[in-house]
Write a protein that binds this ligand. Structure first.
Ligand SMILES: *[C@@H]1O[C@H](CO)[C@@H](O)[C@H](O)[C@H]1NC(C)=O
Ligand SMILES: *[C@@H]1O[C@H](CO)[C@@H](O)[C@H](O)[C@H]1NC(C)=O
Ligand SMILES: *[C@@H]1O[C@H](CO)[C@@H](O)[C@H](O)[C@H]1NC(C)=O
Ligand SMILES: *[C@@H]1O[C@H](CO)[C@@H](O)[C@H](O)[C@H]1NC(C)=O
Ligand SMILES: *[C@@H]1O[C@H](CO)[C@@H](O)[C@H](O)[C@H]1NC(C)=O
Ligand SMILES: *[C@@H]1O[C@H](CO)[C@@H](O)[C@H](O)[C@H]1NC(C)=O
Ligand SMILES: *[C@@H]1O[C@H](CO)[C@@H](O)[C@H](O)[C@H]1NC(C)=O
Ligand SMILES: *[C@@H]1O[C@H](CO)[C@@H](O)[C@H](O)[C@H]1NC(C)=O
Length: 337
């Protein structure tokens, strides 16, 4: 799968040098996009009046205009959640977002990229399924599973050797930093594909699922859409399905009931960022003729099916707000760090 850019955990984002603004300027508007709820109030007015009305209203960060009551500027305390549907059913809507305050400005904190990507992540071995044989750095190097190609980071499976029953060597990489907030941008050129593959870019906390799991980019075999999922405790489960973008807010205390489950997502804490390529397992095998046994046999015996099962990463960038340190160093390694 060829990918462009995935913007993660974000409010609306604009780049300028190495700064990312949590909101755009008043001049930038979005047609037929609405912000649901988070109304400070609704003021009758034309589209061109909304920005100023928002600027004059304490706590206003954005507005949605629609034709309700002859034209209404809905002044919003938040820039989320965005929707393509107009909540008042009038069809046409415009959303504008105000320039950020300094405290709302994200600044680049870390860049994970060549040439030292593999020094800043550790190799872990969760072995998510019984044919996913996560290996350490040395083994990965020896088998040609990791490397740098034209300034990009390559992470793949062993696609050369036959493994009779032991499972195929794979990789689970985790950041040495743990995160509790932030803006994360992944740019990649290639995502793993191949029958029985289950690649993911995701985060997880130490006490699963109570500390949360955010699946940002996840697919199975040759699936053409992305599965975005938030897993948490308390029987809460949230999934959206968008092949390109996931938007949402993850910011500690400021809980907002965007999703039924949003109240639980704030429990996500001390998250490591993870790249992995799992193989088969009960879910993935549903997509394989013959089920799990056939999937495992295929994975073990057919290295030639896995030449496309690799990540090719330009970078992962982490942005933080001032006064809100978003990550701290605490490597948790199964293999040596
Ligand atoms: C916005 O929605 C209205 C009503 O459905 C439609 O007539 C209009 O073409 C849409 N505009 C854009 C730019 O999508
Ligand atoms: C930014 O945050 C700091 C520390 O929390 C606070 O003292 C300051 O008033 C804030 N500035 C603005 C413009 O909100
Ligand atoms: C792999 O694990 C599944 C349970 O997820 C089990 O049913 C299956 O027998 C295992 N396969 C082998 C070869 O051990
Ligand atoms: C797999 O089995 C074949 C034939 O039985 C054998 O030649 C080969 O060495 C085995 N491979 C591994 C990795 O055990
Ligand atoms: C995915 O693979 C399955 C099984 O090999 C095949 O039937 C299907 O057409 C493929 N789908 C796409 C979108 O390539
Ligand atoms: C996700 O969306 C795609 C494209 O609209 C659709 O084909 C697919 O069935 C959806 N998957 C799920 C799990 O809803
Ligand atoms: C996150 O890690 C820090 C440092 O180890 C620890 O003090 C804190 O309790 C952890 N947070 C949670 C929710 O476990
Ligand atoms: C990144 O954030 C960490 C943790 O808050 C901080 O210690 C470090 O100085 C920051 N680095 C940069 C380049 O901003």
């Amino acid at each position: 799968m060829n990918c462009v850019k995935f913007l993660l955990f974000l409010e609306l984002v604009f780049y300028f040098n190495n700064k990312v603004f949590a909101q755009g300027s008043c001049l930038k508007t979005y047609t037929n996009i609405s912000i649901y709820g988070n109304d400070l109030n609704g003021v009758q007015g034309t589209i061109s009046q909304c920005c100023q009305l928002c600027q004059q209203k304490l706590g206003c960060r954005a507005y949605t205009w629609d034709s309700f009551n002859g034209g209404t500027c809905w002044l919003k305390s938040a820039t989320q959640p965005l929707s393509k549907v107009d909540p008042h059913g009038s069809g046409y809507s415009i959303t504008g977002i105000l320039s950020p305050s300094v405290n709302e400005t994200y600044t680049l904190n870390q860049t994970y990229a060549a040439p030292n990507f593999f020094d800043t992540w550790h190799f872990d071995g969760w072995g998510l399924t019984n044919v996913t044989r996560d290996v350490d750095k040395q083994t990965a190097q020896n088998l040609g599973m990791i490397g740098y190609q034209n300034g990009k980071v390559y992470i793949g499976l062993d696609h050369k050797n036959v493994y009779n029953t032991t499972g195929r060597p794979s990789i689970m990489l985790q950041t040495n930093y743990l995160y509790n907030s932030g803006l994360f941008v992944l740019s990649l050129d290639h995502m793993p594909t191949g029958p029985g593959t289950w690649p993911a870019f995701w985060t997880a906390g130490p006490n699963w699922p109570n500390h949360g799991e955010i699946d940002i980019l996840e697919g199975v075999s040759n699936m053409t859409s992305n599965l975005v999922t938030i897993h948490v405790g308390d029987n809460c489960y949230e999934k959206t399905n968008d092949s390109m973008f996931f938007t949402g807010i993850w910011n500690g205390d400021k809980s907002k009931p965007y999703f039924n489950c949003y109240q639980y997502a704030k429990k996500s804490s001390n998250q490591t960022i993870i790249f992995d390529i799992a193989l088969c397992g009960s879910w993935v095998s549903l997509f394989i003729p013959g089920g799990e046994a056939a999937c495992e046999e295929m994975v073990n015996k057919h290295p030639e099916l896995y030449t496309e099962a690799y990540w090719l990463i330009n970078y992962v960038k982490v942005f933080c707000k001032p006064n809100e340190p978003c990550g701290f160093y605490e490597p948790k390694c199964e293999f040596q760090c």
